[in-house]
Design a protein around this ligand. Structure first.
Ligand code: SAM
Length: 361
């Protein structure tokens, strides 16, 4: 069933655009007020109090209100109930689009077509011919193409691993990733025009890097936090059983710190890490687990014990971070530097703490 064209959706859309831009005027206000998000997200999933996913669609009274609110909407789940596509939170989309700093005539590559909504915003601003959007999921690209067409937009769409970009339409003046990356994939640097701006989630932050020379880029992280879906590459599973067989060591770092103040620095120091938590029946934190794509796994208990296994001692890195950062650091104090041989994140300046990002992401 489709949303009736009775003015309610237009009013909700304009309200969302006004709320998003209330603090400061934005060149993207008109795009958010004009592009119908509901057309790209006719149905989404929300978790109920038991954690089960429930679909929400028109004419549920909450549907239109939620679609036009500052909420990320999960649009696709895999067979295990893990989200595989979503329409990102509009305020984060706005922050990324503003950081992209587009001008008329700029050619943009978007990684992660998803619903097509962000591509539609780009088309509204720059025109169809200047927008290329790619996703690894052919069914998503197909559906997004239909919905974009229905909304009056016809960007260039392709099915590709975002890490390879889309050389056919290069060079790009601007590259925006709506897929979580561990570093800037080298093909994107090759496809970037001189002076191009790349805005991309790396770990739990979003970097805005300017291409300074072929293969070279540098820039700061934005202040906004980010939690984007990781690029689908087929990482490894945690080895909790094997970790639990290890002798425990003592730790003075509370496990809660990994979920809070150290979350972003850990995502830079341990690219691609995943964490989970266990809670007591009262809902209090009992332990956190973390693992990286190489299979390294750690479990830290609130009792002060930690067990680790694998090529990297992950909790040792968390303890190192705890020594550097007394409080949660500002994300924009972190700077990414990319050369053809190395990608490094520095804290505060080139003499400060630094972490090497993986050569291939
Ligand atoms: C947060 S969603 C994108 C939101 C989208 N821009 C929108 O406006 O709806 C992330 C998308 O990244 C895609 N993705 C995951 N791994 C990818 C990869 N390796 N290359 C390209 N896209 C990928 C997913 O299929 C998913 O659609």
């Amino acid at each position: 069933m489709t949303v009736p064209d009775d003015g309610a959706s237009a009013a909700a859309r304009q309200r969302m655009a006004a709320d998003l831009t209330a603090e400061h005027p934005s060149e993207w206000a008109d795009a958010f007020a004009s592009v119908p998000r509901h057309l790209f997200v006719p149905r989404f999933h929300q978790q109920d109090s038991t954690g089960a996913w429930q679909p929400l669609t028109w004419p549920d009274p909450a549907y239109l209100e939620t679609v036009y609110s500052d909420t990320a909407l999960t649009t696709q789940l895999d067979e295990h109930g893990v989200p595989t596509s979503s329409s990102s939170q509009p305020s984060i989309m706005l922050a990324m689009l503003e950081a992209l700093d587009v001008s008329e005539g700029h050619r943009v590559l978007e990684l992660g077509t998803g619903t097509g909504y962000n591509a539609a915003l780009l088309c509204h601003r720059l025109g169809d011919a200047n927008v290329t959007t790619i996703d690894i999921d052919p069914a998503l690209v197909d559906t997004a193409a239909q919905r974009l067409h229905q909304a009056g937009f016809n960007p260039i769409l392709a099915v590709h691993d975002g890490a390879k970009g889309h050389p056919g339409n290069a060079p790009y003046d601007r590259i925006i990733s709506t897929v979580g990356l561990h570093a800037i994939p080298e093909p994107l640097l090759q496809q970037a025009a001189p002076g191009a701006v790349i805005v991309a989630p790396i770990g739990y932050g979003i970097v805005r890097a300017t291409v300074t020379a072929p293969g070279h880029a540098t820039g700061r992280f934005l202040t906004v936090p980010a939690h984007f879906m990781a690029r689908r590459t087929g990482g490894s599973e945690p080895h909790f059983d094997a970790a639990l067989e290890q002798s425990p060591a003592d730790t003075r770092v509370p496990p809660a710190d990994l979920l809070g103040r150290l979350k972003f620095p850990a995502s830079v120091a341990l690219p691609g890490y995943t964490s989970c938590s266990w809670r007591t029946q009262d809902g209090d934190l009992d332990a956190v687990g973390l693992w990286t794509p190489d299979g390294s796994t750690a479990i830290a208990h609130t009792s002060g014990s930690v067990r680790q296994i694998g090529p990297q001692k992950l909790w040792d890195t968390v303890e190192d971070l705890a020594k550097i950062f007394g409080d949660e650091p500002e994300r924009n104090a972190f700077v990414l530097t990319v050369t053809p041989t190395r990608q490094t994140v520095f804290y505060e300046d080139a003499d400060g703490p630094s972490w090497a990002l993986p050569a291939t992401s």
